[in-house]
Design a protein around this ligand. Structure first.
Ligand SMILES: CN1c2c(nc(N)[nH]c2=O)NC[C@@H]1CNc1ccc(C(=O)N[C@@H](CCC(=O)N[C@@H](CCC(=O)N[C@@H](CCC(=O)O)C(=O)O)C(=O)O)C(=O)O)cc1
Ligand code: HCS
Ligand code: ZN
Length: 737
């Protein structure tokens, strides 16, 4: 048996990777120094895995930004707008990721059901990809002296399925096939024996239709590089069409045994003889110790199915979804640390499992947490507002008297260095609570004035008091614990520190009321109260696994409802309950989606169902493909839903129209994740496209997410352009009346 890994966290224990990237972007470091530092970090990650005792260490998982972007760049899928005199320069690479003065960034989407965002590869018309360089090979050559390595690469099916702009799977596959073959040949020539080919898209239902293309791809690989062992890696669910798929001419399969019915599939259909099984036994998506007894049972079963020499034990997916190590996390509630396993601890578990024939190892395994099957907690109920949307909207229009195409923002305003430094000083005790709160108030006041000057119709307080939209609520509710360094990459250099839900969630008292009221006291215009919704708090935390998700979401909703009432009683009349993770939590298998949608909608509605008809409830979602989820989103019954519309907004709105979505829509007219400032014309065009589909009274105008990552100058200029665009359109609407 071998121990193996699929991918290592990139951030670095002290977020060295993030800091290196950001220093380079700020031009505080030369390209040579940047490359040298990144190379060093890459080798440290390889060494840490080898030192943990992992036999087969991945090479190629390290990136400067994102693995899908790397693959697109390697295959020369560089959109024309990002090409420069040196098309293979870091300038082009980061321009694709983050945009540049004259080129908008490539889109970002959630990676399956995770909070990690990948850069969406774009296929331009008639594009002919070519192999610019061989990234897995370069990383393999760098790593192979330090460890036994397995190059990893995103497989062609997944790469194409997650791309946009290609006409057909077949056509794109035909173009990519020779490039993959060249990659594989070069790897083989340089000594690689086994390559991990990530095909997580094999878990999607509907795969059957594509099986003939998938077969033709992998048959071509088998013919072209017969001596190289390809191991297809799937994760996050059991693969579809298991029996047919496992007949592919590859050397092995990586399967996730922590999700879906993978074990049943093997029990029913067996595992193909003489193939490698890379068994994902240690959950790569949570931070809990493995249930030792259950893992041993599974291991005994697998040993009977597969020759030990063909059995690799590994985490269920890449470890980029968990923090690097729990070592040093000594500020947690008593008894919690012993139950935690981050990446390093998970690798130790893998190594111990491989040694399970040794009695000491077995004893150790049996001491790991024995969390039982989840117990039922409170279950959700279907509660909803007493009045229909049309009744509510009539009353609300009388209260708010907003202009056509009302202008607003999504909540957060720039979290500048100064904001973060002040919070750090408060946490370190170098400034007092009073000083910190005064600073936050001053920043809020300054930005209320800026928003007034820019002509926003509905203002926000700016969320300056929040480290993160989930962590902050966790800190102010009972039942959550916080790590010091539990950072997980969210996109590019940005990280989140998901709180740990380890106990019953309870409301302690008003969280957002005072600052929202303070902001409201400074302006005649409405200020939106700003909350993170129950489903998002759940999905972006590491939740206990001895309760069903439905019960936890329901408890969070009960706590948030008290916050909603505290705001309403204080006179706040618009409340936004953000649910950006609502779509992301949707199970990957269609057959499991209905149950999730039911309890997720119930939790969202339970958080506010008994507010007054005049109280306007907003919600916001971002970076999601939710057109197929519109019936569910409509059931959430929010008065206003803000969504991304800057790319293909018109088409998206058409989907809303076709579905007869009847509530208001906030058009996210510009992409906030890029430092690029969109022009008035661009945003005007987006608004006009949407107006071709639905009338103006249905729309609000806003950015596509919060502005916390932007600098003050970028935020002000973009908001100014957005307001100009809205006013131009308003004027032309008046003239056509
Ligand atoms: C909306 N999004 C979110 C997602 N998930 C969340 N949990 N939260 C989200 O908001 N998923 C989808 C998207 C992803 N978007 C983002 C956007 C921005 C960030 C981000 O900016 N992350 C920050 C870290 C934020 C944070 O928690 N900050 C803390 C700690 C700050 C810190 O690092 N302090 C320094 C000292 C600072 C100084 O002296 O200048 C230190 O401790 O060393 C805080 O503000 O207090 C990031 O930097 O990556 C994430 C996801
Ligand atoms: N209100 C939050 C939503 C992010 S999804 C923000 O503006 O940052
Ligand atoms: Zn958002």
């Amino acid at each position: 048996m071998y121990s193996s890994n699929q991918g290592y966290p990139r951030m670095g224990q002290d977020r060295e990777w993030k800091r290196t990237l950001e220093q380079f972007w700020k031009k505080e470091m030369s390209e040579e120094e940047f490359s040298a530092r990144m190379k060093k970090l890459k080798s440290i990650h390889v060494k840490k895995q080898a030192d943990a005792g992992i036999h087969i260490v991945p090479a190629g998982d390290f990136t400067y930004y994102d693995q899908m972007l790397d693959t697109a760049f390697m295959f020369n899928l560089i959109p024309e707008r990002h090409k420069s005199d040196h098309p293979l320069s870091l300038g082009s690479y980061f321009s694709m990721a983050r945009g540049s003065d004259d080129a908008h960034a490539c889109a970002m989407k959630k990676w399956f059901d995770t909070n990690y965002h990948y850069v969406v590869p774009e296929w331009e018309e008639d594009y002919e990809p070519r192999l610019n360089f061989n990234k897995p090979l370069e990383d393999y050559l760098e790593a192979k002296e330090a460890a036994e390595c397995k190059p990893v690469i995103i497989g062609p099916y997944t790469f194409i399925i997650l791309s946009k702009g290609c006409h057909s799977l077949k056509e794109a596959a035909d173009k990519l096939l020779p490039l993959y073959i060249q990659c594989f040949r070069e790897l083989k020539e340089h000594g690689a024996e086994l390559v991990q080919v990530d095909e997580p898209a094999f878990v999607y239902e509907g795969l059957e239709e594509d099986l003939h293309v998938i077969f033709s791809i992998y048959e071509a690989f088998a013919e072209a590089v017969p001596d190289l062992k390809l191991l297809i890696q799937t994760y996050f669910e059991a693969p579809e069409a298991y029996e047919k798929l496992t007949a592919l001419p590859v050397s092995g399969w990586g399967l996730d045994f922590t999700k879906g019915n993978t074990i049943e599939l093997l029990k029913t259909h067996g595992f193909p003889k003489d193939k490698i099984l890379a068994a994902g036994i240690v959950d790569g998506r949570n931070i809990w110790r493995t249930n030792g007894a259950a893992a041993l049972d599974l291991l005994y079963f697998l040993i009977h199915e597969v020759q030990p020499a063909d059995l690799h034990i590994q985490p269920s997916c890449s470890l980029i979804h968990v923090p690097e190590t729990a070592e040093g996390e000594d500020g947690l509630p008593e008894g919690l640390l012993e139950n935690l396993a981050f990446a390093q601890e998970k690798l130790e578990e893998v190594v111990t499992l491989v040694n399970a024939e040794n009695a000491d190892a077995r004893e150790k395994i049996l001491q790991w947490s024995t969390s039982s099957q989840p117990e039922a907690g409170p279950s959700s109920k279907s509660l909803r507002r007493a009045q229909s949307f049309s009744e509510r909207t009539r009353l609300q229009q009388r209260v708010f008297r907003l202009p056509e195409l009302p202008l607003t923002t999504i909540g957060s305003l720039p979290q500048t260095k100064e904001v973060r430094r002040n919070r750090k000083s408060f946490k370190d005790g170098t400034i007092t609570k009073d000083q910190y709160e005064r600073f936050i108030q001053e920043e809020t006041k300054r930005w209320i004035n800026i928003q007034e000057e820019l002509g926003m119709d509905v203002l926000v307080h700016g969320e300056f008091e929040r480290n993160d939209m989930v962590e902050y609520f966790g800190e102010n509710l009972d039942g959550f614990a916080f790590t010091r360094k539990g950072w997980v990459q969210s996109y590019g250099s940005r990280g989140v520190k998901p709180p740990v839900i380890y106990d019953d969630v309870q409301w302690r008292g008003p969280i957002t009321r005072d600052l929202t009221l303070y902001a409201q006291s400074l302006t005649e215009k409405p200020v939106k109260g700003m909350l993170t919704g129950p489903v998002t708090i759940l999905n972006w935390s590491f939740a206990r696994e001895d309760r069903f998700s439905e019960s936890i979401a329901w408890s969070i909703a009960q706590a948030l409802r008290k916050e909603v009432h505290a705001l309403e009683e204080a006179g706040i009349r618009m409340i936004q309950i953000d649910e950006p993770a609502f779509r992301e939590g949707l199970p990957l298998k269609a057959s499991k989606q209905e149950s999730y949608s039911r309890w997720a909608v119930n939790a969202f509605r339970a958080s506010h169902y008994d507010v007054k008809a005049e109280t306007q409830i907003h919600t916001h979602m971002c970076y999601s493909e939710f057109s197929e989820m519109l019936p569910v989103i409509s059931e959430m019954d929010a008065d206003v839903l803000s969504i991304e519309a800057s790319k293909g907004g018109g088409e998206l709105i058409r989907t809303f129209k076709d579905f007869q979505y009847d509530k208001s829509i906030g058009l996210g007219v510009y992409d906030i994740h890029s430092p690029r400032i969109p022009s008035v014309k661009e945003m005007e065009a987006v608004i006009r496209h949407c107006l071709e589909v639905l009338p103006a009274e249905r729309f609000w105008i806003n950015p596509d997410c919060g502005l916390k990552t932007r600098s003050e100058a970028e935020a002000v200029k973009s908001m100014e352009n957005m307001a100009k665009a809205a006013r131009i359109v308003r004027e032309s609407l008046k003239q056509t009346v």
